[in-house]
Design a protein around this ligand. Structure first.
Ligand SMILES: Nc1nc2c(ncn2[C@@H]2O[C@@H]3COP(=O)(O)O[C@H]4[C@@H](O)[C@H](n5cnc6c(=O)[nH]c(N)nc65)O[C@@H]4COP(=O)(O)O[C@H]3[C@H]2O)c(=O)[nH]1
Length: 533
């Protein structure tokens, strides 16, 4: 016998797990929310990766620009140093021996191509003899241009970086090959759109030289504090998607995995956070509720007279749930119609093949609630079940409980009349427990009266049995067939039999059984009917 959850109800457990009753989601909404959550997480993850990459690239560009500037400063510092020491080495430089001059420079200043003394507007002595007596452009020698640096074709056919120094009334022109400047752009992180602004010339990272000055607002700038040189570069503002995918494929795959996992977890976990109504709806749609069958027996012969269909819900997590819990909830939420339909479909499936085991005249009792009476599907469903179970040879009985009495209205009377036309009988269940009176019995005109187990349990050797006796007498006087419920002991059986009670049902005879076991029991009954107890 399944261990039914009674007091610590499933629903109180589930309701404690709702977010204080705020979360009520259908399966579809839950699915959509899970997808949405995954997408939001994925978008956030991808944005984070992209922003991180963009920030790193911007930072790398800034570091590269700083390196390029430092390199240019080092070259110009070397030029400045070379200019100063040239004054002492004037005799060496101006010795007239080119080989000697070059050796001096190579030894001390490996990046310096030539050093020349400017006299008036002419090159005087120079480490490069071909430069001697060359004219210096006047603009270069104006006050403004002193100590200036730029990249010009001054002494050579190729543009070179020159540095003009004025030391102790000597003007010196120091030349550095542009190939040395271009080396600066071979550093890591240098962007194609980066250039060195040296005086009025822009030396670009691709080696091209443009004569322009003035800051471009679209570029970032880093200036030297000591020399007229700066670095400009265009900081990346976005990353092309193909490069983003190619460079972050594993991170992207990870983000997809994590977001999908989160969405899935959300979807699974909200299964525990849905309301009791949703849980019950799910139970019906997923066919977690099944019929069990409890036979009842002839009072005189002890033969199986019929059986009652009792709903059993086996929750995948919480196990068996008592009908005392889910039936009222189904009634409250208008789910009793779908639940009864599910049971009737299952009864048909359970017994269609074993119907030959059911003797003629067997009663099949189905519990119904007030809402079934107004459900337009009920009649259709019960007719369908009756057809499949060859109900002409069997009796279908609907059990109407007395605990929550029906409102007797003309519609109900009409509905009951329709049942009777279809050969369906009515039993008044739980008799004696409700607030009904004889008028209620008169209105329903049941064929059966089920004495509640509360009265049957009072039958014992020495207890007062006047109440149960009166109930039986009343039923007899009204010519109703009596079924005594909850028969558990031999003494109760003996008493009820002595009182000529028509039928007995209870654990003494048999507990509610799943279909398979019930069919086995019927098979035994057919082959060797039990003798009366
Ligand atoms: N202590 C004791 N109990 C016995 C004994 N023999 C049978 N019972 C239990 O007594 C109840 C009899 O059903 P009920 O009065 O119609 O009372 C039913 C019925 O009112 C309702 N119910 C069950 N299935 C359905 C259904 O499919 N539809 C509707 N509307 N109500 C249902 O839930 C109630 C409780 O059902 P169950 O828990 O299955 O409880 C069943 C049954 O398992 C016994 O010897 N001793």
């Amino acid at each position: 016998m399944p261990n039914l959850i009674k007091t610590t109800t499933l629903f109180s457990q589930i309701q404690q797990k709702t977010f204080f009753g705020f979360v009520v989601m259908t399966g579809t909404v839950k699915f959509v929310v899970a997808i949405f959550l995954s997408l939001v997480l994925l978008a956030s993850g991808l944005s984070f990766i992209a922003m991180h990459q963009l920030y790193s690239e911007q930072e790398n560009a800034r570091v590269a620009a700083q390196s390029v500037l430092s390199y240019a400063e080092e070259l110009l510092a070397e030029a400045s140093d070379a200019a100063k020491s040239s004054l002492q080495a004037q005799q060496v430089l101006c010795s007239g021996s080119m080989a000697q001059d070059q050796a001096f420079l190579l030894n001390h200043y490996p990046h310096i191509q030539a050093i020349s003394f400017v006299q008036g507007n002419m090159i005087g002595c120079s480490s490069l003899t071909v430069a001697q007596r060359k004219k210096v452009p006047p603009a270069l020698l104006s006050d403004n241009a002193l100590k200036e640096a730029s990249v010009e074709k001054l002494l050579f056919d190729m543009p070179t970086l020159y540095y003009l120094a004025n030391i102790q009334n000597n003007t010196l022109l120091v030349n550095i090959s542009t190939s040395f400047i271009n080396n600066a752009f071979n550093l890591d992180g240098v962007l194609p759109n980066m250039y060195l602004q040296i005086g009025g010339a822009q030396v670009w990272s691709d080696g091209s030289i443009i004569y322009a000055s003035g800051d471009d607002d679209h570029f970032m700038h880093l200036r030297s504090a000591t020399f007229p040189v700066s670095v400009a570069w265009q900081s990346p503002l976005s990353i092309p998607w193909y490069r983003f995918i190619a460079e972050n494929s594993s991170l992207i795959a990870f983000a997809v995995l994590v977001s999908t996992l989160c969405g899935y977890l959300f979807w699974r976990l909200t299964g525990h956070f849905t309301s009791s109504l949703m849980v019950l709806q799910q139970a019906i749609s997923q066919r977690q509720i099944h019929p069990f069958y409890q036979p009842f027996f002839q009072g005189d012969t002890g033969k199986i007279a019929g059986f009652e269909v009792l709903a059993r819900w086996k929750h995948p997590v919480y196990g068996y749930v008592s009908p005392d819990i889910f039936i009222p909830l189904a009634e409250q939420h208008n789910l009793i119609g779908p639940l009864t339909r599910l049971l009737m479909q299952q009864i048909t499936t359970d017994f269609q093949k074993a119907i030959h085991l059911f003797p003629d005249g067997l009663y099949i009792c189905i519990n119904i609630s007030a809402q079934n009476c107004l459900d337009p599907h009920f009649e259709m469903d019960i007719n369908d079940m009756m057809r499949k179970l060859e109900a002409k040879k069997r009796h279908i009985v609907v059990e109407v409980t007395e605990r929550h009495p029906l409102h007797v209205t003309p519609q109900l009377n009409e509905w009951l009349a329709a049942l009777r036309r279809a050969n369906i009988s009515v039993a008044l269940d739980d008799f004696g427990t409700g607030y009904s009176n004889l008028a209620y019995i008169c209105a329903l005109q049941p064929e059966f009266l089920k004495i509640d187990k509360m009265f049957v349990s009072q039958i014992d050797n020495n207890t007062d049995t006047r109440l149960v006796e009166s109930v039986i007498d009343l039923a007899k006087k009204m010519r109703l067939k009596v079924i005594a419920e909850g028969v558990e002991t031999q003494a109760q059986v003996d008493y009820l039999r002595a009182k000529n009670v028509d039928f007995m049902q209870g654990y003494f005879f048999c507990r509610p059984l799943p279909a398979e076991d019930f069919i086995k029991r019927m098979r035994l009954e057919v082959s060797a009917p039990p003798s009366p107890a």
